[in-house]
Design a binder for this molecule. Structure first.
Ligand SMILES: O=C(O)C(=O)C[C@H](O)C(=O)CO
Ligand SMILES: [Zn+2]
Length: 276
């Protein structure tokens, strides 16, 4: 499993595009009949993607976890971003449609991913962080997620936030997870931008139309940089970094965090006028 190490904000200022991409971008991980994970040293979050087509894919036990099985000391949040799928967790069967979310707690020994229809295969994005307690396996449909409307068409940032795993939603030890859908004609996410010193964050962009790009902004508010991203690319955000994007078309993205607390609203906003 690939590893991403932590970066100091002072070092980040000297990074060129290639180095930023090497240190933060998780790209080209969605491949037919493959499950791929990246271990980050940001709150030990694992970022993974599974694209079962004709095979059943099992969540493996990686040697660097030094565990009996993947979820021995971890929890996992899984969101489906394409197709109809089936996730089996120690004999329990969960059927997923696009945008449904499944939480599986610590202590679950066997997790598998499969597609219902190989002609329209499922794509799963998942995040896993260390866990100290067992919370129940829970499937939350997109319809049942808490929705918050933000932004406006006038500022090209009209979007719907869907909260799945959070303090008042599906319970977890550390994971906070949901997804944001940009309305047609809106292209800016997370603007005004923010940081949260108590949590890292990862963004996974999807439903990016073919031939379009996301410009993802990172760095301290007074020292920003960008990288471009494609459909199904993920990027990690250290606690000192803004995480905001603009697309050349509307798109959606999954956000997920781990760290000190489960409070989605614990953010420090940065005024647009102060961004550099
Ligand atoms: O569009 C947005 O704004 C977001 O979705 C923000 C993320 O949810 C986030 O960064 C949470 O910390
Ligand atoms: Zn954030």
């Amino acid at each position: 499993m690939k590893t991403l190490h932590s970066v100091h904000p002072s070092d980040f200022k000297s990074y060129n595009t290639t180095t930023i991409r090497e240190r933060f971008l998780i790209d080209k991980q969605v491949k037919p009949d493959e499950l791929n994970c990246t271990y980050t040293h940001y709150d030990r979050m694992i970022v993974g993607m599974a694209n079962p087509v004709s095979n059943v894919l099992e969540l493996p036990n990686y040697p660097n976890l030094r565990a009996e099985y993947f979820l021995e000391r971890r929890e996992i949040g899984i969101i489906s971003v394409a197709g109809r799928g089936v996730v089996k967790a120690d004999g329990q069967v969960f059927e997923t449609n696009k945008l449904d979310c499944l939480y599986i707690g610590k202590g679950t020994k066997n997790v598998t991913f499969e597609s219902v229809d190989a002609a329209n295969p499922a794509v799963f994005y998942f995040l896993s962080s260390p866990a100290h307690a067992v919370y129940p396996k829970t499937l939350l449909t997109h319809a049942d997620a808490v929705k918050v409307e933000l932004g406006s068409s006038a500022t090209a940032n009209k979007r719907t936030i869907n909260k799945y795993i959070h303090l008042e939603g599906v319970r977890s030890c550390q994971l906070v997870m949901g997804l944001t859908i940009l309305h047609e004609g809106s292209v800016w996410n997370t603007m005004p931008a923010h940081v949260h010193d108590r949590r890292m964050e990862a963004y996974f962009y999807f439903d990016v139309p073919a031939g379009q790009k996301i410009f993802h902004y990172m760095g301290e508010g007074n020292e920003t940089r960008h990288i471009t991203m494609d459909n199904y690319d993920a990027v990690v955000s250290p606690p000192w970094s803004i995480h905001s994007g603009s697309g050349t078309a509307s798109y959606s993205f999954i956000w997920g965090m781990a760290g000190e607390n489960l409070d989605y609203t614990d953010m420090d906003a940065i005024a647009i006028a102060d961004l550099k």
